[in-house]
Design a protein around this ligand. Structure first.
Ligand code: P6P
Length: 342
């Protein structure tokens, strides 16, 4: 329209990745191809999530198949889509998925140098309620001459070359970060079929009075966690105001809100889940790198830096506190006070 300010310099994820690659002289383009396969996986999962809602709710099976196979659970569809996208790019050697007990080795690509860990549809138990679910991923570069066994993936988060998540909400929001880089947010524009850069260089506020934890686990919490959370709810300092509680129960949704608004997300290990609930390789570590690269912090229940925790097996779990620097620091301070009292 005349006079309407039209942005003609649209930065798509495709363009962003090309520009990123030019910053690395030694780049072969393998990582860029891997990321194109990742973005296709997100686009196709997004499509099926929206389609399956229609099918489940209205039975509109669209092109229902002749054999009348049952509607595959969305987890399975998401997992199948992710595996075929990672296989087809020819740059991935190893794939760990929340849906697969064993590590998948792509023997057809013995020289591929990347390993990927993912939760194809995290939070899927919330789908029927219309809660935003998401895909969480981490990308590792394998040592030269690695044999492509699952032990190659028992690495600390500091070894990740990239990580991030896609949240399937009103639109698909992709948040991605590279090792030592910033955090960038993209929104899927279905007209172009492209992820468009809408949140460049995301920075988490240094503090925010919002806490996100499942208080239904309070009975099982360790003492320092109880004291920390009570300190937020019943402030003792003069004029202190209670924090707001926000808990969706879908990690990508809670993480995205915490990244945008600030505050803290916590899933502590406790007496019921001594190792915690969330998985290191495809929930805790990838989220930790996003939060650190956005200026936040992420620690486990022993107050160790989450990025330095090494999983004992590919589905190993950990407690996690992640969010605004000052909010996570407050958790650390309470735990250190308890340590001294012992
Ligand atoms: P709870 C979803 O099942 C999930 O894996 C994460 O997405 C979410 O943060 C967490 O578990 C919720 O767990 O025990 O509070 O229902």
């Amino acid at each position: 329209a005349v006079g309407e300010a039209i942005n003609t310099d649209i930065i798509t994820l495709t363009r962003f990745l090309t520009e990123e690659q030019t910053k690395h002289k030694e780049a072969t383009g393998d990582f860029t191809l891997l990321c194109h396969a990742l973005q296709f996986a997100f686009k196709s999962i997004s499509y099926y999530i929206r389609r399956s809602t229609l099918i489940n709710l209205t039975g509109l099976a669209g092109a229902s198949n002749a054999t009348g196979d049952d509607q595959k659970k969305l987890d399975v569809i998401g997992n199948d889509l992710f595996i075929s996208a990672m296989r087809s790019c020819g740059r991935v050697r190893l794939l760990v998925s929340e849906e697969e007990e064993e590590c998948i080795t792509f023997d057809e690509f013995p020289t591929a140098r990347y390993a990927v860990a993912c939760d194809p549809i995290d939070g899927s138990s919330n789908l029927d309620a219309g809660v935003s679910v998401g895909t969480i991923f981490s990308v590792y570069k394998l040592e030269e001459g690695s044999k492509g066994t699952k032990e190659d993936l028992l690495l600390p988060g500091t070894e990740m070359v990239a990580s991030g998540f896609t949240m399937y909400g009103a639109s698909a929001q992709l948040v991605i970060t590279m090792k030592g880089g910033g955090v960038n947010g993209f929104t899927l524009d279905n007209n172009f079929g492209e992820f468009i850069l809408t949140h460049p260089n995301m920075r988490i506020p240094k503090k925010r009075a919002i806490y996100s934890v499942n208080e239904g686990n309070s009975l099982y919490w360790e003492e320092p966690v109880k004291e920390y959370i009570n300190g937020l709810k019943f402030p003792t300092e003069e004029g202190g105001k209670p924090y707001s509680a926000r808990y969706i129960g879908s990690m990508v949704a809670d993480a995205y809100r915490t990244l945008l608004y600030g505050g803290i997300f916590a899933y502590p290990s406790d007496k019921k889940s001594p190792k915690g609930k969330l998985r290191i390789l495809y929930e805790c570590a990838p989220m930790a790198m996003v939060f650190e690269n956005a200026g936040g912090l992420a620690v486990n229940s022993k107050m160790e830096r989450m990025m330095e925790v090494i999983p004992e097996h590919i589905h190993d779990r950990s407690g996690i506190f992640m969010g605004s620097e000052q909010e996570v620091q407050r958790v650390i301070d309470v735990h250190q006070k308890h340590q001294k009292q012992k």
